[in-house]
Ligand binder design. Structure first.
Ligand code: NAD
Ligand code: TYD
Length: 349
């Protein structure tokens, strides 16, 4: 049985990945390493220890802690690493960039070095989970390919770009089997309610205003988290070393159109009045350096990995809204805590 180390497994994408790995990839033991920052939540992994006592282990550690990583690699015969752990929210990176440099750049460097020390002459595969945001902003036309030069705008995307360069340098310099996937905006269950979709659903349910940055005309490209994670597995299993794969589902939407689709969905599923929800839209001050448009060209992953997104957007959005409505306790526990302080800083009273 292979041992797969998943960092950031208590976060949004990581916890969905861990469940997929345990339920669909029986030949793997999954060791989750997570520092449990504000975004990490053990509730996201509830029940896994009981369901998979032999194949699942959770370790609380920071990815910048070289000693903790060395001990873990000494205890476990890790053959694969999928690195999700990161500070992941653009607005937070504008308010406080240093945590992003520490976790995203230093954390990646520390993890790569721990893997290199443990693997020596080339055993093991390392996959870096990256983002389309490293390519910067697009105008109204075109899409990012793997050849698009990196041109990040925010401290978040700049720190992810720095990490990507380290990952490729470890392949070129040490011959390690490292690779990168760069995905567009994810949505689905367990997403922290600071990101657009869960943030808006929670505010619709709570009776709050719906703050849309600028005129709501910025465009994001959306993919269901399960499709992203299937792409990560394909790359882990099929990719050669030193490769980069863009992952996306060709689903571009203006923010305002997405928020209106959410209004319709929440109204339909809860019986709320869509006109009253629409009245709560508030066009607020734009994000500094707000990237205009993202669009991913996933043709290389389609061609070389057989990547095929399965979840149609309307279906995925409907099931996501249903999940947040059914898990109100989950997001209310988050919204009532430390998160409030952040919301006050970001949005004012
Ligand atoms: P998230 O913020 O929901 O979760 C991040 C997880 O990392 C949390 O469990 C947190 O506790 C952990 N973590 C943070 N700092 C840590 C540290 N120093 N040591 C150990 N653990 C730490 O993030 P997410 O949305 O699930 O994103 C996961 C990864 O996917 C990130 O690398 C992100 O850049 C990338 N990504 C996200 C999206 C998206 O739309 N959310 C799109 C493309 C790529
Ligand atoms: P977000 O979910 O933060 O993802 P990212 O910035 O990584 O793309 O934001 C998605 C889009 O929604 C982005 O263009 C900013 C916008 N947005 C709002 O208009 N209002 C909000 O309250 C938030 C959180 C985001």
């Amino acid at each position: 049985m292979k041992t797969l180390l998943v960092t950031g497994g208590a976060g949004f994408i990581g916890s969905n990945f861990v469940r997929m790995a345990l339920s669909e990839h029986a030949g793997r033991r999954v060791v989750v390493l997570d520092g449990l920052t504000y975004a990490g939540n053990l509730e996201n992994l509830e029940g896994l220890q009981e369901l998979y006592p032999e194949r699942y282990r959770f370790v609380r550690a920071d990815v910048t802690d070289a000693q903790a990583l060395a001990s873990l690699f000494a205890e476990e015969a890790v053959e694969e690493v999928v690195h999700f752990a990161a500070e992941s929210h653009v607005d937070r990176s504008i308010l406080g960039p240093m945590a992003f440099v520490k976790t995203n750049v230093m954390g990646t460097a520390t993890l790569l070095e721990a893997a290199r020390q443990a693997w020596g002459d080339g055993r093991g595969r390392y996959l870096q989970v990256s983002t389309d945001e490293v390519y910067g902003a697009l105008g109204d036309a075109g899409a990012f390919t793997e050849e698009t030069p990196l041109d990040p705008s925010s401290p978040y995307s700049a720190s992810k770009a720095g990490a990507d360069h380290l990952v490729l340098a470890y392949h070129r310099t040490y011959g390690m089997h490292t690779l990168i996937t760069r995905c567009c905006n994810n949505y689905g269950p367990y997403q922290f309610p600071e990101k657009l979709i869960p943030f808006m659903i929670a505010r619709m349910v709570s009776g709050d205003t719906l703050p849309v940055y600028g005129r709501g005309e910025n465009v994001r490209d959306w993919i269901h988290v399960d499709d992203h994670n299937r792409g990560v597995f394909l790359a882990l299993e099929k990719s050669g070393p030193g490769q980069v794969y863009n992952l996306g589902a060709r689903c571009e939407l203006r923010n305002i159109d997405l928020v209106r689709a959410l209004i319709r969905e929440v109204a339909a599923q809860t019986g709320r009045d869509p006109v009253e929800l629409e009245r709560r839209l508030a066009f607020v001050q734009d994000r500094p350096g707000h990237d205009w448009r993202y669009a991913i060209d996933p043709s290389k992953a389609v061609r070389e990995l057989g990547f095929r997104p399965r979840v149609a957007f309307e279906e995925g959005l409907g099931s996501t809204v249903a999940w947040y409505l059914a898990h109100e306790g989950w997001w209310r526990r988050i919204v009532s805590g430390e998160y409030l302080e952040y919301v006050r800083k970001q949005y004012g009273a």
